[in-house]
Design a protein around this ligand. Structure first.
Ligand code: KG4
Ligand code: ZN
Length: 334
């Protein structure tokens, strides 16, 4: 079975072709240079560029894989969650293509694709487990019992962890996206140089939510005061101290969830799971098997959409031509 995966939920337009369990083509049309001057994604710019890139990206993909469009057996596409304009461009393209070819069509949840990709990278991965998605738009914890029994147990109540990295990097003129810069600088710094606030949201027994707005404000405003008073330390120390708390807050919830639900496997996905400190902290959990994708599959990509699309198609899922996009996380019952 040859499946096309289409991803356009934010600022990357990506397409991939999956033949059975092997990727035979993958193209990402990145817009990062267009958004860099704004140190963040401008939604209107993102959707307009997606429209421009659609045809060249599809043509490049077919050429790379050495197939023609008529050979595609099914089409899968992200339709949730994400920027509405961006999602619509990819969805309209994918639906039109599937309709014109007379082939099955299935929509994919972007957040689920971020962690589900681990099943293809690590075939030994078995249910149940704790899945964590840490990206520019999301910080989410899921108790996963099977492909169709996924319970969201925690989320950020304000900023996403990646968004926090990007805002702190923007404030300190480190460039966009900020995560990789802070990750690299932090490796050379003293993580105890600055004391940043650690949000404690334990309300009731089963609270796995996180909060990043306090840390974000501290890592910008507070540091400015330190510098003005002449007590500023190096940027490496700032990054290391910030990262210790940013990752530490998430690790605390991860540990609690693993213990409360008696799980022995941790599955991570999303752009922030490229972070070296987060990976090291996850590996330091005793008795826990840790799974994450290779760097190329951490950020937004279409391979993960084709992988999950294939699993859904094999499970009998299909979507009709009237399906639309949803900007938010979709939970059972909403
Ligand atoms: O999954 P992704 O590509 O897009 C979303 O769905 O949001 O994640 C992008 C986010 C950005 O905030 C970026 O700064 C962050 O992932 N990121 C990192 C690292 N590499 C990318 N954050 C921390 N450390 C990294 N090494
Ligand atoms: Zn993503």
């Amino acid at each position: 079975m040859l499946i096309l995966g289409v991803e356009s939920s934010c600022d990357e337009l990506a397409m991939a072709l999956l033949r059975d369990e092997q990727i035979i083509g993958s193209v990402i049309a990145s817009q990062v240079t267009h958004h860099q001057p704004f140190a963040g994604v401008v939604p209107e710019v993102a959707s307009r560029l997606h429209m421009e890139y659609l045809t060249p990206t599809f043509k490049e993909l077919l050429q790379q894989a050495g197939v023609s469009a008529s050979e595609i057996d099914a089409v899968s596409c992200t339709n949730r969650p994400g920027l509405v304009g961006s999602l619509l461009v990819g969805l309209c393209f994918a639906k039109s293509l599937a309709w014109s070819l007379g082939k099955p069509f299935v929509t994919v949840d972007h957040v689920m694709a971020h962690w589900y990709v681990n099943h293809f990278v690590h075939p030994s991965l078995a249910f149940p487990y704790l899945a964590v998605v840490a990206s520019g738009g999301h910080t989410l914890l899921f108790h996963v019992k099977s492909l169709d029994d996924v319970q969201m147990i925690g989320r950020t109540i304000d900023d996403a962890i990646g968004e926090c990295y990007d805002k702190v990097a923007k404030f300190h003129h480190l460039g966009y996206p900020g995560g990789p810069m802070i990750d690299a600088l932090a490796a050379k710094g003293d993580e105890k140089a600055y004391l940043f606030p650690h949000a404690n949201l334990y309300k009731g027994e089963h609270n796995y939510d996180v909060s990043y707005s306090g840390l974000k404000n501290a890592a910008t405003n507070q540091v400015q005061q330190f510098h003005q008073s002449g007590h500023g330390q190096g940027i490496e120390d700032l990054c290391a101290s910030f990262q210790r708390v940013a990752v530490g807050m998430l690790m605390l919830r991860i540990k609690k969830a693993l213990s409360d639900f008696k799980l022995s496997s941790l599955v991570i996905g999303g752009g922030v799971c490229a972070n070296q400190y987060l990976r090291a902290q996850a590996h330091s959990l005793s008795g826990i098997n840790v799974y994450y994708p290779p760097m190329s599959l951490c950020g937004d990509n279409a391979q993960m959409i084709a992988f999950l699309g294939r699993a859904l198609l094999l499970a009998g899922c299909r979507d009709g031509w009237d399906i639309g996009v949803v900007n938010r996380i979709v939970r059972k019952g909403n």
